[in-house]
Design a protein around this ligand. Structure first.
Ligand code: AMP
Ligand code: ZN
Length: 469
């Protein structure tokens, strides 16, 4: 499989550390508000990546954190803790907020057919691991104490800007904001590993540490949680592109300083979902959520379909007009699948050609829109319906569009609406007419049934009927 790797800024053949196994880490949500559909674009594309790796035969371990402490209002380490701000907004405790929005996140994820990662770890459960990591960084000379906080000393690294292909001006934006605000820092790119002093000293959750009563920085949590569950060598680290700097850059700095070797080989970044105002963001407000889409009558899977039709490395502009087009396309797709006849056996030999083009699409840096095209090619293909259904089921292990389920529901709904007694009575009457060679009446009854969207079939075993799709 070829994947674009932000580390190096090129498309590269994916080779995991251990043959047949993939260790994957995903930056989880900051649970101070609902996830918006931009956040969820990132999780949908990561879900496709994970499922495709499994489809391709890898044994995948996927770890995700829940940020319930430490993410300050700037992605650099200044401002108020986002969790605390959320708690104040809703007059609840930080833990109540975390619990509520964690549940909301997984409920949205489930509606979008996003699989739960194998390991889900809230930051507040890993304080001893953070303290151990920070202690070792101090012992190794990579971290220093100043003004009550522990900082990572970026001047100790040969190359701090590991994603060097990115625009340095842009990279520094998050950092420049706090120049002058924090005079404890030796270098402008240094970042906090452990806070005991902050302008915002009413932090609700604090823990004892060798450096005083305090709380962890945001970046340390992803390094420590990843190393705790996935070990010293990570294959793929995922996140939205805004996480590349400073968050992922800082994660690499501290993880590699701590471990003493290279940590993660592939960095997978999903580009942003945009709306009229630019990047959709929680802090700007006015964002769209899954519940809002549902209130407006959209099936969340239509949004997943919308995301799959564009490449994860291109910004995606959201509009209701584009979503409406996707809904129509999705419904048509489901209607075509509902018409397929499940009788008979799939031709596995004939299926291979289609599976090859599906894999080719996803092997090409996860080209999901081409994978969707491969699905349409199945429907158009010169293969029997059973083979088509077999392939659609197979592809949907990765695409997770719920196609078979939606088609079955469509058929069941159509059948539920029909008046079976009336249909059977009409069929019996038609049988009598035919026995009496009264062809005109028989034809009139057939037309009456057709107007009710009932199609009848005569065979040597009798008359059968089905609802027209
Ligand atoms: P957060 O809950 O803010 O920590 O963000 C969760 C994930 O969503 C992170 O991987 C972010 O990089 C990603 N993200 C944030 N905004 C967007 C957006 N507009 N489009 C796509 N991904 C985003
Ligand atoms: Zn992270």
């Amino acid at each position: 499989m070829i994947l674009y790797n932000t580390l190096g800024g090129t498309r590269q053949e994916f080779v995991p550390h251990e043959e047949g196994k993939v260790k994957m880490y995903t930056c989880g949500p900051t649970v101070y508000h609902y996830a918006h559909i931009g956040n969820l674009r990132t999780y949908i594309m990561e879900d496709v990546l994970e499922k495709y790796l499994r489809y391709a035969g890898y044994d995948v371990l996927r770890v995700m954190n829940i940020t319930d402490v430490g993410h300050l209002s700037s992605d650099a380490d200044t401002g108020e803790d986002k969790m605390l701000a959320g708690a104040k907004r809703e007059h609840k405790s930080v833990l109540e907020i975390a619990d509520f929005y964690t549940k909301a996140f997984f409920s949205d994820a489930e509606k979008l057919n996003i699989k739960k990662p194998d390991v889900i770890e809230p930051a507040t459960h890993c304080i001893p691991e953070f303290i151990e990591m920070v202690s070792r960084l101090i012992d190794k000379g990579y971290a220093y104490l100043a003004g009550g906080n522990v900082y990572f000393d970026t001047s100790k690294l040969d190359n701090y800007y590991v994603f060097g292909n990115m625009n340095e001006e842009e990279l520094q934006v998050g950092v420049r904001e706090d120049v002058g605000e924090d005079e404890n820092k030796r270098n402008k790119t240094d970042f906090v590993l452990w806070f005991t002093k902050s302008k915002f000293d009413d932090q609700e959750l604090k823990w004892e540490s060798p450096w005083g009563y305090g709380y962890p920085g945001w970046h340390i949590e992803c390094s420590a949680i990843s190393i705790k569950h996935a070990g010293e060598y990570l294959d793929i680290h995922c996140g939205g592109v805004d996480n590349a700097f400073p968050h992922h850059t800082n994660e690499i700095a501290q993880s590699e300083a701590y471990l003493g070797h290279k940590w993660c080989n592939y960095w997978f970044h999903v580009l942003h979902l945009l709306d009229k105002r630019g990047k959709m963001s929680k802090s700007k407000g006015g964002f769209l959520t899954v519940s809002l889409l549902e209130e407006k009558g959209y099936d969340p899977l239509a949004y997943r379909f919308f995301c799959l039709q564009s490449h994860y490395r291109k910004p995606l502009v959201f509009s209701f007009e584009n979503l409406d087009n996707c809904v129509q396309a999705y419904n048509k797709l489901v209607a075509r699948i509902a018409k397929l006849n499940a009788d008979g056996a799939p031709d596995l030999e004939a299926a291979k050609k289609y599976q090859d083009s599906f894999r080719e699409a996803l092997d090409n840096d996860l080209n999901t829109s081409l994978a969707v095209t491969a699905l349409y090619d199945v429907l158009k293909g010169d293969i029997n319906d059973a083979t088509k259904l077999y392939l659609i089921k197979d592809f949907d292990r990765v695409l997770s569009l719920g196609l078979i389920e939606a088609a079955e529901k469509k058929t069941a709904d159509a059948t539920a609406d029909v008046d079976v007694a009336k249909i059977e009575a009409l069929i019996a009457k038609r049988g009598e007419a035919r026995a009496n060679r009264d062809w005109a009446t028989a034809d009139a009854i057939r037309d009456e049934l057709k107007a009710m969207h009932i199609i009848i079939k005569d065979s040597k075993d009798g008359v059968t009927w089905e609802v027209e799709q």
